[in-house]
Write a protein that binds this ligand. Structure first.
Ligand SMILES: [Ca+2]
Ligand SMILES: [Ca+2]
Ligand SMILES: [Ca+2]
Length: 384
């Protein structure tokens, strides 16, 4: 970069610049020796005329020099080959720091406001025309922005390129400095890639969640900073998004009832232990199988440690429970069977009850109980 600002701060140069601003031709002269810039434009071209059967003839207009921060009208022209008509015109900037487009882009005339520059800088614009047959013609025009105003542009750093995985939350840390002050920043996504939702696009730190992609996909973001004198500068960063590895289903490592055989009136735990190869968080869900057994309420059914209280039964009954473990997308399930025996004897004595309690609630020793289908009152082991 030419040491322009050191020169420009010299009082004599500032005076010359000020004078130059009033006399645009002098600016050209003043800057030409310091920064020759691109080769001078060729002489006025003749209007490019559409050849019969060829694409539309397009002329982007004359190359020119314009002061920084000034409006620059561009005048293009397009002609369709004989027998066709002009269907569409569009202007776009293809090179150089971004100029602000003032008005429509689909007319012969395009008005842009040149950006501030730190040295004479070429901007290239392209005019594209499409005719009624769909044929396209293009031409470019160069506008050289002349450095006339001594305002060092902000220094912007969008950070280093990154590679992330789809679904990952990505945080980008930008930086912007200026000799004066940075008054605003803005992150933008270059169109054409996958859509991103930026969180905090007007702050130096921006975040987004990497979208799903079919293959490695580049997303380009730019960070633009504006200083207190309207100067702006940008930097770009490329984030490569890799597809997320295929999700694997959770595994149920163990599932059982404790105790495995219980008697009516007791409480049994339903325990499940699962893991996920991707370390996804898991959700548990216990349900009772619809197999004719009495329906039971399951406590803590959404955990790996659920609980049921068994009813008093007339006959031995198997209760089936299903635990389903989900990682949010895939699931695994397992059935657990709990055998429940009726309480041992009708009208048990206090002694037997105490004995059972001391045995730790295990399966009762005696079988039998009320005969199947009998309406006899259930044996109870309670002291009233
Ligand atoms: Ca400048
Ligand atoms: Ca500045
Ligand atoms: Ca998983």
């Amino acid at each position: 970069m030419p040491p322009h600002h050191t020169h420009a701060t010299h009082p004599k140069i500032v005076t010359r610049l000020k004078r130059a601003e009033r006399h645009p031709r002098a600016v050209t002269h003043l800057t030409a020796h310091r920064n020759p810039g691109p080769a001078p434009p060729p002489g006025r071209r003749g209007p490019r005329v559409a050849a019969p059967g060829g694409p539309p003839g397009v002329d982007g207009g004359r190359a020119r020099r314009v002061d920084e921060g000034a409006p620059a009208p561009l005048n293009g022209a397009a002609t369709a080959p004989a027998g066709r008509s002009r269907r569409r015109l569009s202007w776009r900037q293809v090179d150089g720091p971004e100029a602000v487009v003032d008005g429509a882009r689909d007319q012969n005339r395009l008005t842009v406001v040149t950006p501030q520059v730190d040295a004479d800088t070429a901007l290239t614009f392209e005019l594209e025309a499409e005719d009624s047959s769909g044929a396209l013609g293009r031409d470019t025009v160069t506008v050289t922005v002349v450095d006339t105003f001594n305002n060092p542009l902000p220094t912007v750093d969008a950070g280093g390129d990154r590679t992330v995985t789809a679904g990952e939350r990505v945080m980008l840390n930008g930086a912007a400095r200026d000799d004066g002050a940075v008054v605003s920043v803005l992150w933008r996504v270059t169109p054409g890639g996958p859509a991103l939702t930026l969180e905090g696009d007007d702050r130096l730190q921006v975040a987004f969640t990497a979208p799903p992609v079919a293959g490695a996909t580049d997303v380009e973001l730019s960070l633009t900073a504006v200083d207190d004198q309207g100067g702006r500068a940008s930097d770009r960063v490329t984030v490569t998004i890799l597809p997320a590895p295929a999700n694997a289903a959770p595994r149920i490592d163990d599932a059982y009832a404790d105790p495995g055989v219980a008697s009516g009136g007791e409480t049994a735990r339903l325990l499940a232990l699962a893991s996920d190869p991707d370390n996804n968080p898991l959700q548990y869900r216990w349900t009772q199988r619809d197999d004719g057994a009495p329906a039971l309420a399951i406590d803590n059914a959404d955990t790996g440690d659920a609980k049921v209280t068994l009813p008093l039964l007339e006959e031995a009954t198997a209760f089936g429970f299903v635990v389903t473990v989900s990682d949010g997308e895939l699931e695994a399930s397992r059935t657990v069977t709990l055998q429940v025996t009726p309480r041992a004897q009708a009208s048990p004595g206090v002694f037997q009850c105490v004995l059972r309690a001391r045995a730790g609630g295990g399966p009762p020793g005696g079988r039998g109980g009320a005969p199947a289908g009998s309406g006899a009152s259930r044996p109870r082991c309670g002291l009233k």
